[in-house]
Design a protein around this ligand. Structure first.
Ligand code: PEP
Ligand code: MG
Length: 583
């Protein structure tokens, strides 16, 4: 057996060694034939029944999702359910069957090709990637039409009995299928398609198993049962490895696992530098159930609760009571630790509905986040009332995204005031001391951060957007991803300006973008004066381990040196050197 390697985009770190399990591609097996006129009603009924069965299956999967399932899963299943209810999928194929006398599978496949072509014409890469959802959902219907769904279930059961670690090799993986391999404990998964923001990538990170996407031809080149190594950190797959390579990776895998286990020992240790500077490590969460992993990670609070996920994939906005219950759940679960809840940050790559076609020329520069909420004050009012009511049950803090002018902040404060007044009139209790923070994620806000520091109770730097807007790099566009660099001197200077402004006015400041969870940047951020970092719960212990090893006095000298440079090519090696010296 020939050994070969493939390179893709590693989206979830770690090393897995196991045997390939190829996921079949139902679409390859679609037959084409003309239906006799008299049989058209039967063919249409067959199609309708397949759609109903898939909807039913998805509803069941959704109901049975364990509490520990990644939050994104139910959102993905909802996306697929919404697609199945869309006329383009549920009605148009029937017209094709009727008019062109195509068999149901063929009609559906033609309609799918049409929809996919429309998605491919969309410029926005995030939306363009949604074409994979269409393909996945159509595959499910075709499997039912072909009577193959039962077979697949029993095949999977059979394979689950096998003890060996399995590596899933797929053209693409649907979220609803992903829940199955969570039960079956696959060791890793790799796919031909998918970008860094694809659903596959998002899921891979939340399942916490090594994964690689964008391998192009993995499903073609790899055979069922072949031995493979998946290095999710490097984005490398090695098929049929030589014995020496295999033992080298076995060693690496053991080291990785040991390192992960070792990290558990510092779960309850305070994150303090060698010279006694305490750093608060907080969790970023997307849905209320995420508090479980936040607490398990030893986070000392929630630094960013992205509430927009509560508003997505539904026809109506969540009402005050529903929002209140979600926020109260988190506030209570965190037992007195701060819970920073961000108001609705919708727009750009985060649309309320996945099938919504964005018409704005530059959605990332459009009516999003606080701008959207100020243009729809009733939405803001409802959310403020829900947040204030929840503040009676824990330490809730309110965070406003995408501020660019003081006028926006002042209007927001007015609306918050009104919401407070309405609660007072109804004698509904809330925390009168509740604090209001703002996200610094637009260069204008960072440059003007002294003004914001005076009018806000705290600030949180959203580096994901700050980098996007400073460098003019769409954060969801993989064609310019290589230019998206947190170490760009302009980005570092904006972070420094914001920290200085916060210090000057005695206001807390944190970083809640991806920079906070990147261990290669921990020393630099601490050296710059950052004392609060908020990140995905799975990153907290490794960041803490960095903090425990460093001396703030040294880091601050190093940070000054880095800040004095204006050439990225000099900054990058210096950051590496400083990290290496204390690693
Ligand atoms: C950010 O922009 O850094 C941030 C934390 O917000 P989001 O990623 O939700 O835009
Ligand atoms: Mg942001």
């Amino acid at each position: 057996m020939t050994s070969f390697s493939m390179h893709g985009v590693g989206v979830s770190s770690g090393i897995a060694i196991g045997h390939a399990h190829l996921i079949s591609h139902a679409l390859l097996e679609v037959v084409h034939f003309k239906v006799p006129v008299a049989a058209i009603p039967v063919e249409i009924a067959r199609f309708e029944s397949a759609i109903a069965i898939v909807k039913n299956n998805l509803e069941q999967i959704k109901q049975q999702l364990p509490a520990s399932a990644p939050a994104e899963l139910s959102a993905f299943i909802n996306t697929h359910l919404a697609m199945l209810s869309d006329k383009a999928l549920s009605e148009a194929p029937k017209v094709i069957i009727q008019n062109e006398r195509c068999n149901a599978e063929w009609a559906l496949k033609q309609q799918m090709d049409d929809i996919v072509a429309q998605f491919e014409a969309i410029e926005d890469p995030y939306l363009r990637e949604r074409k994979h959802d269409v393909v996945q959902v159509v595959e499910r219907v075709i499997k039912v039409l072909l009577g193959r769904d039962q077979l697949d279930a029993s095949e999977k059961k059979q394979q689950a009995k096998q003890e060996r670690a399995m590596i899933l090799v797929a053209h693409d993986v649907s979220p609803a299928d992903a829940i199955q391999f969570k039960h079956h404990q696959f060791a890793a998964f790799i796919t031909d398609v998918g970008g860094i923001t694809s659903h596959t990538a998002i899921l891979a990170r939340s399942l916490n198993i090594p994964s690689i996407v964008a391998l192009q031809r993995a499903r073609d080149l790899i055979n069922d049962g072949e031995l493979m190594i998946v290095d999710g950190t490097q984005g490398v797959v090695i098929v049929n490895p030589d014995p020496e390579v295999l033992s080298e990776y076995q060693l690496k895998q053991n080291q990785w696992q040991l390192a992960q286990q070792k990290l558990q020992r510092i779960k309850t240790t305070k994150a303090v530098t060698v010279d006694g500077i305490a750093i608060d490590l907080l969790a970023n969460i997307e849905v209320p159930e995420d508090v479980v992993s936040a607490k398990a990670s030893g986070a000392v609070g929630v630094g960013l609760y992205r509430t927009e996920f509560l508003f997505m994939n539904r026809t109506e906005m969540p009402g005050e009571q529903e929002q209140f219950e979600a926020y109260k759940h988190v506030a209570e679960a965190m037992k007195g630790y701060p819970v920073t809840i961000r108001t609705l940050d919708i727009g750009a790559d985060k649309q309320l509905h996945p099938d919504e076609i964005v018409t704005a020329t530059n959605p990332a520069l459009g009516l999003r986040a606080v701008r959207y909420c100020l243009s729809e004050p009733h939405i803001f009012h409802t959310q403020f009332r829900a947040l204030l009511r929840a503040s009676h049950y824990g330490k809730v803090k309110i965070l406003i995204p995408m501020l660019s002018t003081l006028a926006e902040l002042r209007q927001t404060k007015l609306l918050l005031q009104r919401a407070k007044e309405s609660l007072r009139q109804q004698n509904i209790p809330f925390d009168e001391q509740i604090t209001l923070g703002g996200m610094i994620e637009i260069p204008a806000a960072a440059i003007n951060s002294e003004a914001f520091a005076q009018e806000l109770d705290f600030m949180s730097i959203g580096t994901n957007d700050l980098i996007q807007y400073t460098l003019a790099i769409d954060r969801a566009d993989d064609t310019v991803a290589h230019l998206y660099n947190p170490l760009h001197p302009a980005v570092l200077k904006l972070i420094q300006l914001t920290i200085q402004a916060a210090e000057k006015y005695g206001k807390p400041v944190s970083v809640c973008g991806e920079m906070a969870g990147d261990i290669k940047l921990t020393r630099l951020l601490v050296g710059l004066g950052m004392r609060q970092l908020s990140m995905h719960p799975s990153q907290i212990l490794s960041v803490k381990s960095q903090i425990l090893q460093c001396e703030e006095a040294i880091l601050s000298r190093q940070a000054k040196k880095i800040l004095s440079l204006s050439d990225l090519e000099k900054i990058e090696p210096l950051v590496k050197k400083f990290n290496g010296e204390f690693a």
